[in-house]
Design a protein around this ligand. Structure first.
Ligand SMILES: CC(C)(COP(=O)(O)OP(=O)(O)OC[C@H]1O[C@@H](n2cnc3c(N)ncnc32)[C@H](O)[C@@H]1OP(=O)(O)O)[C@@H](O)C(=O)NCCC(=O)NCCS
Length: 352
């Protein structure tokens, strides 16, 4: 009788390699030039720098320029990630753009990036999982890479949240910013790469963070625009509670599933929504803040872009070293949450 391996080979199926994990081979980020400070926001809505800093930790955020759409930000970050990985666009097998703010309902922002990047051999789709989207994208890429189906997957988190924020609503407009972060994901060996990813959702909380109109339930109309239903709505307190639970308990569950403990964690990269959520999650994990990467003060909540932006910054600054265990935790609209644990592979040193 034929062995299973021979059978799979005969029928063209792909044999996963047990020693291979999915790891990051290149990183790139992009933020628009325009900075919006808390002082400027004081002139737009009834708020204060003191309130924003004490309740969120945010001091400033970036805003896309006129005519700049999500795919424009994604393309910049993608180009930088490819250069960092030393790859040509034609070597990319798949492009995933995780976003809540695609250029339009369709086509996907990923297809626009695919075309403009010249990634002629890549499939492309958008992924919608709230601010958790980058970790969802990483997990999807992991599946393709570990199965052996694809060798190079470009995962991009990109947002122009400034376009769906109600600039008359002080509850939300102070929180968000625009930006993009991209990662080339491919096979790595030697114990590096993604050790574990865990995805979660609680759709019963969907109404706590949503854009009510503009889809098939409430199509855009003069009335929806007049009622400002095409802007993001949020129940901040409910999202806050969910976020602390998801980041804290979700991380502990993921660590246990990976056979690790908090002591094994070198860095936590939480989704950058609010410094109080980040501090509460770190406390729940009993992790000192020196091990927590924070950029929410300078960029606000950039949704799917926040984790790759924080990761790239810390790696470029030399904070993250070869073999470090990185815990990434995110939450967002859906409601969704996800955790990814990765052993860092210092590809820049090895590529030199
Ligand atoms: C939004 C958030 C910062 C509000 O902080 P909070 O401490 O929970 O504040 P509250 O909601 O209790 O509001 C307190 C008061 O501040 C007011 N307030 C809200 N935004 C304000 C602002 N920008 N400036 C001044 N006052 C503001 C509220 O109107 C409220 O006033 P009231 O008591 O008179 O009604 C916080 O709930 C949060 O970060 N939630 C999570 C949001 C999030 O991360 N979303 C994205 C998920 S991906």
């Amino acid at each position: 009788m034929r062995s299973k391996a021979a059978w799979l080979q005969k029928w063209g199926a792909v044999m996963p390699d047990a020693g291979i994990r999915a790891g990051i081979l290149g990183l790139g980020t992009y933020v628009p030039e325009k900075i919006l400070t808390n002082e400027e926001l004081e002139k737009m809505v009834d708020t204060s720098d003191q309130w924003i800093v004490s309740r969120t930790g945010i001091r400033e955020r970036r805003l896309a320029g006129p005519g700049q759409a999500t795919s424009d930000l994604a393309l910049e970050a993608a180009g930088r990630a490819l250069a960092d990985a030393g790859l040509e666009p034609g070597e990319i097998d798949l492009i995933i753009v995780s976003t809540n703010t695609p250029d339009s309902l369709f086509p996907a922002a990923a297809c626009i990036v695919q075309d403009r990047l010249g990634a002629v051999n890549a499939g492309a789709f958008d992924l919608l999982a709230g601010c958790t989207g980058f970790l969802y994208g990483l997990s999807v890429a992991q599946g393709f890479v570990v199965s052996g189906m694809y060798k190079k997957v470009l995962v991009i988190g990109a947002e122009t949240l400034s376009r769906i924020v109600d600039w008359e609503d002080r509850n939300t407009c102070v929180l968000f910013g625009d930006g993009a972060g991209a990662a080339v994901v491919g096979p790595v060996s030697g114990g590096y790469g993604l050790i574990h990813t865990r995805l979660g959702a609680d759709g019963s909380g969907g109404q706590h963070l949503c854009v009510p109109a503009g889809g098939s339930r409430i199509p855009a109309s003069r009335e929806t625009v007049e009622q400002r239903l095409h802007y993001a709505r949020m129940n901040g307190r409910e999202v806050f509670k969910f976020a602390v639970r998801a980041c804290g308990d979700g991380s502990l569950e993921a660590l246990a599933a990976a056979g690790l403990t908090v002591k094994d964690v070198d860095f936590l990269i939480p989704h950058q929504a609010n410094i109080r959520i980040i501090e509460a999650a770190a406390k729940r994990l009993e992790l000192p803040m020196e091990k927590v990467l924070v950029n929410v003060d300078r960029f606000g909540n950039t949704s799917t872009a926040s984790i790759p932006m924080a990761l790239e910054e810390a790696y470029s600054q030399g904070r993250i070293k070869d073999g470090d265990n990185i815990l990434m935790a995110a939450f967002g609209a859906g409601l969704t949450w996800a955790v990814a644990i990765m052993r860092w592979h210092d590809y820049r040193r090895k590529n030199r």
